[in-house]
Design a protein around this ligand. Structure first.
Ligand SMILES: Cc1ncc(COP(=O)(O)O)c(C=O)c1O
Length: 336
């Protein structure tokens, strides 16, 4: 429990543990723009290896990692297709259009769950001189606004086969790929396989304070390094942050199963279909979300309104089973 409240707004609210802070304090650092920060270099190598890609690039945020990937895969004036609730579509404030001149079309889904035919139905490779051509597809795993949905492997493979056949590039927004890995038991490299670029966040369920990593081929990541600097994301002694990420990778991946269990405890209290709770995110229907969020806050529980009838609850490192059980009891008793 933090500050006597239980904060279920997001898994980004975690504070570093004493052990993580010690790892950060002990980090050997150098100037990362010169490529001389040992911790950052090690983190980039480790994440690339875990995800089965050639190279990695540390970025300040998941949004920057996504936008670097998209910038490198989609030429200005051509098209990205993505889920209509994808983070790159809904929550990066038009960055793909603003920074990279990318136009976007979206497919509809239920709970963000990928269905390959929906992608095939809207993608238009080689559209000629009149319509915009699709040059990349973005998939999000797990799907945040879909409710932490783990993407079905067969659908991902079907989209990849289609993309390969038509020369379309693939980006994976894997901000919570760690949760997909723990929930499904699928190795990380397998979840990241077949994508040109993959972003992963260290600052969400993993519990590090800052940072993401973009992985891809050596050539792609070398180009991303230049664009990161251009975007103002070339940081200096990043080893302090990279050390937190490396600590999280070593100690805080398997425990995500606890967050998934706690999410199920909260879901049960709010009559949410347990089948819709695959990882650490719960969406609950309420008639007046603003009133529900206010009542929960008055009782010491912070939630987020997301949509006209929904509130979001996200479990994480700073929410114990005891916290979740207590919050479940309180939330069940509030008028919905
Ligand atoms: C699926 C997904 N992708 C990307 C991001 C962006 O991460 P950041 O907030 O570090 O920019 C988020 C953040 O919530 C996310 O949920």
């Amino acid at each position: 429990m933090t500050d006597a409240t239980i904060d279920l707004r997001s898994d980004t609210v975690t504070r570093p543990t004493a052990a993580m802070r010690a790892a950060m304090a002990d980090a050997e650092v150098g100037d990362d723009v010169f490529g001389e920060d040992p911790e950052t270099n090690a983190l980039e190598r480790e994440v690339a290896a875990l995800l089965g890609h050639e190279a990695g690039l540390f970025t300040p945020t998941g949004s920057m990692a996504n936008q670097l990937g998209l910038r490198l895969l989609v030429a200005p004036g051509s098209e990205l297709v993505a889920d209509q609730q994808a983070h790159v579509v809904r929550a990066e404030l038009g960055a793909a259009a603003v920074f990279s001149g990318i136009t976007t079309r979206t497919w509809a889904s239920t709970n963000g769950r990928l269905v390959a035919s929906a992608v095939r139905d809207i993608a238009e490779p080689n559209a000629g001189a009149y319509s915009v051509s699709t040059t990349a597809i973005a998939i999000e795993n797990t799907h945040n606004f879909g409710g932490g949905t783990v993407q079905p492997a067969a659908e991902v493979r079907a989209v990849q086969a289609y993309a390969r056949e038509h020369g379309i590039a693939l980006h994976l927004d894997g901000a919570r790929l760690w949760n997909a890995h723990v929930a499904s038991g699928t190795p990380l490299w397998e979840l990241a396989d077949g994508f040109d670029t993959v972003s992963v966040c260290l600052s969400k369920g993993l519990g590090a304070p800052v940072g993401s990593v973009l992985v891809g081929s050596t050539t792609t990541i070398a180009a991303a390094r230049i664009w990161r600097k251009r975007y103002g994301g070339g940081m200096r002694q990043t080893g302090f942050l990279a050390a937190a990420g490396r600590f999280a990778l070593a100690h805080q991946v398997d425990r995500l199963a606890e967050d998934h269990g706690n999410a199920r405890v909260l879901a049960a209290a709010l009559d949410v279909d347990p089948a819709s709770v695959e990882t650490n995110i719960v969406f609950a229907e309420v008639s007046d979300p603003a009133a529900y969020v206010a009542a929960a806050a008055a009782a010491g529980i912070r939630l987020m309104q997301l949509g006209p009838r929904r509130v979001r609850l996200v479990t994480h490192l700073d929410v114990s089973r005891e916290d979740a059980s207590w919050a479940a009891g309180v939330l069940r008793s509030l008028p919905r």
